[in-house]
Design a protein around this ligand. Structure first.
Ligand SMILES: [Zn+2]
Length: 412
């Protein structure tokens, strides 16, 4: 093992240890606050709901701790354990030297990692979600989703991978600039077709019907000066009773999607407030800002990949004796998470800032009080904990803790 191998192992061990430490803190914090509903929520959330949220959070976090260790072992098996070298040998036996061999390696890695993740996905859905009454999926639907996901993933990613391998083989030292530009453009294209081409493969979308709600929503859109064709209801209840709403696509394909479960949980004024929050994300250009930021970050990643690809120590250090462009892509995917792990709190922090801003927007264009009551209902019905560990939450959470969000909205 060379120096890079030792650096990688150290980073992997450190990232795993930090994840376990944070999860352990979260578990004990949630347990310690299980006995009593926090004062701010005492009148809206009963003790049974609060304790269900605590138990649900502990079940998920406890299992996530096992998963963290398993994932680290899987990375070790693929790299130092010779897993990638073995897949390389298979792809060499099956395909002649060229782009096809590279694609075969990438497809085999994708298939194998999906199969390795399968037991924990099954446990999450049919043990944890089931136990707390959230799972609505069946084994048949689960496996249909799995197959569709694999096919869609292959259809979307393999052409891009083929193009990148081709650029690496054909262009000189600056292939990575072209590969970056192609990847960013392709990402925009995928986001554009996602609402109309990809999402309908998994869910049914229908226009929102309720006349009272529709009238409210149209007034809100007019107040905000917003043109959106698609205001859709999605059959989220097919898989889970968790409710949600999201913004998707852009340009002409942009639409706002409400889970049917969310529409069932909230009154029309609350739906309006949630919609105003989603409009806030759009009006405040959060989506554009995120895309710009992730493009900038991926520029750095492609530069790094271009650098590493020409260094033998990168391959050797991770237990691979057969360098190739496809192997470099795969190895980069396995090797980067322990290093980029420390960027996670920065991303989460930015996301929480955007959530506060979208809440503020909703308070100005709809009613802060309705958004507060919607949030409380969503926390209660989704069994989201009201008492996360502060450090854990700062590190991971894309949304601010309920108490912080509600306190700001009440001031608005
Ligand atoms: Zn939001």
């Amino acid at each position: 093992m060379n120096t890079f191998g030792i650096v990688f192992l150290t980073a992997l061990a450190a990232a795993t240890a930090i994840r376990l430490f944070l999860a352990g803190r979260h578990l004990s914090h949630v347990r310690a606050h299980r006995a009593r509903v926090p004062g701010e929520f005492a009148s809206e959330i009963d003790l049974a709901s609060h304790q269900k949220a605590a138990d649900y959070t502990c079940a998920k976090t406890g299992f996530a701790m096992i998963d963290v260790v398993v994932r680290a072992l899987v990375v070790l098996a693929f790299t130092f354990g010779g897993g990638l070298q073995w897949l390389h040998d298979i792809s060499t036996a099956w395909a002649a030297e060229g782009i096809l061999r590279g694609l075969l390696l990438i497809a085999l890695v994708g298939l194998l990692t999906t199969l390795i993740d399968l037991p924990s996905d099954l446990y999450r859905t049919f043990a944890i979600e089931q136990r707390f009454g959230f799972n609505k999926s069946t084994p048949g639907l689960f496996f249909a989703d799995l197959c569709k996901g694999l096919l869609v993933g292959a259809a979307l990613l393999l052409p891009l991978a083929a193009l990148i391998i081709w650029l690496i083989r054909e262009l000189g030292a600056y292939w990575w600039v072209y590969a970056w530009a192609v990847t960013v453009a392709y990402g925009i294209f995928v986001q554009f077709i996602a609402p109309t081409v990809i999402a309908p493969l998994f869910n049914k979308f229908s226009p929102m019907e309720d006349p009272e709600l529709k009238a409210r929503v149209e007034r809100l859109l007019e107040r905000c000066g917003f043109k959106v064709k698609g205001l859709m209801k999605m059959d989220g209840s097919r898989r889970s009773s968790h409710g949600n709403a999201y913004f998707t696509g852009f340009g002409k394909s942009k639409r706002i999607v409400f889970f049917d479960t969310l529409l069932a949980q909230l009154d029309p004024p609350e739906v309006e407030a949630v919609l105003a929050h989603e409009l806030g994300h759009f009006k405040l250009r959060h989506i554009l800002k995120r895309m710009a930021l992730s493009s900038a970050v991926s520029f750095g990643f492609f530069w790094l990949l271009g650098f590493l690809m020409t260094r033998e120590w990168f391959f050797e250090g991770l237990g691979v004796a057969s360098p190739s462009p496809a192997m470099a892509l795969v190895l980069f995917m396995f090797a980067s998470p322990p290093f980029t792990f420390l960027l996670q709190p920065l991303g989460a922090m930015l996301s929480r800032k955007h959530e506060f801003e979208a809440d503020q927007y909703a308070a100005q264009h709809a009613s802060a009080r309705d958004l507060v009551s919607a949030l409380i209902k969503l926390y209660r019905d989704n069994a989201s904990t009201l008492t996360p560990d502060p450090l854990y939450s700062a590190f991971y959470d894309s949304h601010p803790p309920a108490i912080a969000r509600i306190a700001r909205l009440q001031k608005a």
